[in-house]
Design a protein around this ligand. Structure first.
Ligand code: EPU
Length: 348
């Protein structure tokens, strides 16, 4: 039986890409499933709440920190089976999975390169970029049920995936993601579907060419974490792209034309989102509500490269970040009548 090394008052800011927030009152690092269930049992015995932290790239830690047991997920198994199946532990860095897939010529993840964080987070928010979503290639997710402490495999259909959404996100207290099984396409063609990609690469590009082009595009938008980039301290997109009724999108478009924000209606970015709904671009709404890239409020700013990322320039507090994001939401609501929703999770 492994003994858990429970630590006290561990600072969490260094474990997050925003580098913000207070300590965890209790902290444990888990490297296998057995320690994970032991940690949960310990928290229950002590009457403490518990929460899992992965790569820390999509989370906001409150200034007061976390009062219960913070479980740092570090199960980092990686198995690449013949035929394109990958079994990856939740704590494995995501780029390791992408790299293993692309180097074997297995298609399905080549557009999802350069995304920080760990593998276990990918089904939770159904990570997507440049025309791919992990939901398209997830065969099953191995979870620990918090109520019974039993391990279970959930098939993709049980995960209720949607745009940046899943059952794991909607029912955060039910399951802990331990591992993910991906079914990739050996020798399958890569995905060249996103307008930005189609502009720079042919439909017959190799997986490796697609990956490198995506990395270039992400770098240009400061969406690859690079300590030398002044925009690096962020949690990626801070808001979801709003999905609205087509009539709402038409109203926004008419307003934009009326105010000369665009020359023609087609210049307002909008994408079909199924069921007669339309996905608008949160970055565009923010900029056109009058919050320019690079806008600063003390220690925080809108990224100079992408209006959807909020950047911590150092020495700030979570309270200040949240009040800046409230200001941005209010501006977009007042200007366009659209409510933006936060994308990273606020730890509580
Ligand atoms: N746009 C602006 N101003 C900006 C940014 C974007 O006007 O500052 C407009 C442009 O018209 C652009 C359109 O919005 O053509 C779309 O922008 P982009 O291609 O950068 O994508 P996004 O919708 O802003 C989403 C994801 C990103 C992902 C990219 C690429 C969400 C919340 N974000 O951003 O994901 O990398 O698409 O596929 O869906 C993340 O979730 O952290 C993330 C970085």
């Amino acid at each position: 039986m492994t003994t858990l090394d429970i630590q006290r008052d561990v600072p969490l800011a260094p474990l997050t890409t925003l580098e913000l927030g207070g300590p965890a009152k209790h902290f444990v690092r888990v490297e296998d499933e057995r320690s994970l269930s032991q940690a949960l049992r310990w928290a229950t015995e002590e009457g403490l709440s518990s929460v899992v932290l992965g790569g820390g790239s999509n989370v906001i830690v409150p200034d007061e920190g976390y009062d219960g047991l913070l479980i740092h997920m570090r199960i980092a198994t990686a198995e690449f089976h013949n035929g394109g199946t990958v079994d990856a532990g939740a704590g494995l860095p995501w780029e390791t999975v992408v790299d293993g897939a692309v180097s074997r010529g297995w298609a399905g993840l080549e557009c999802l390169t350069g995304i920080p964080g760990s593998t276990g987070a990918t089904p939770i928010q159904n990570v997507g970029a440049y025309g791919q979503e992990v939901a398209e290639v997830i065969a099953s997710v191995r979870v620990l049920r918090r109520d019974t402490l039993a391990f279970e495999e959930l098939g993709s259909e049980d995960c209720a995936f949607g745009y940046r959404d899943s059952r794991f996100k909607r029912e955060p207290d039910r399951f802990i993601v331990c591992a993910v099984r991906f079914a990739l396409r050996p020798d399958g063609p890569g995905t060249v579907r996103y307008a930005d990609l189609e502009r720079s690469i042919g439909a017959d590009a190799t997986l490796s060419q697609i990956r490198h082009t995506v990395l270039d595009l992400r770098r240009r938008k400061s969406m690859v974490i690079d300590p030398d980039d002044p925009n690096h301290r962020s949690a990626g997109s801070f808001f979801l792209n709003p999905i609205v009724a087509a009539s709402e999108a038409d109203r926004v478009t008419e307003k934009a034309v009326h105010e000369n924000l665009v020359g023609a209606p087609s210049e307002v970015p909008r994408y079909p989102a199924g069921d007669g709904q339309v996905k608008l671009s949160a970055g565009w709404l923010i900029e056109n509500a009058g919050i320019a890239k690079g806008t600063r409020r003390g220690a925080f700013g809108v990224s100079t490269r992408h209006a959807l990322a909020l950047v911590h320039h150092g020495g700030g507090t979570t309270a200040d970040l949240l009040s800046f994001s409230d200001e941005i939401r209010a501006r977009v609501r007042d200007h366009f009548g659209i409510a933006l929703e936060r994308e990273p999770r606020l730890l509580s």
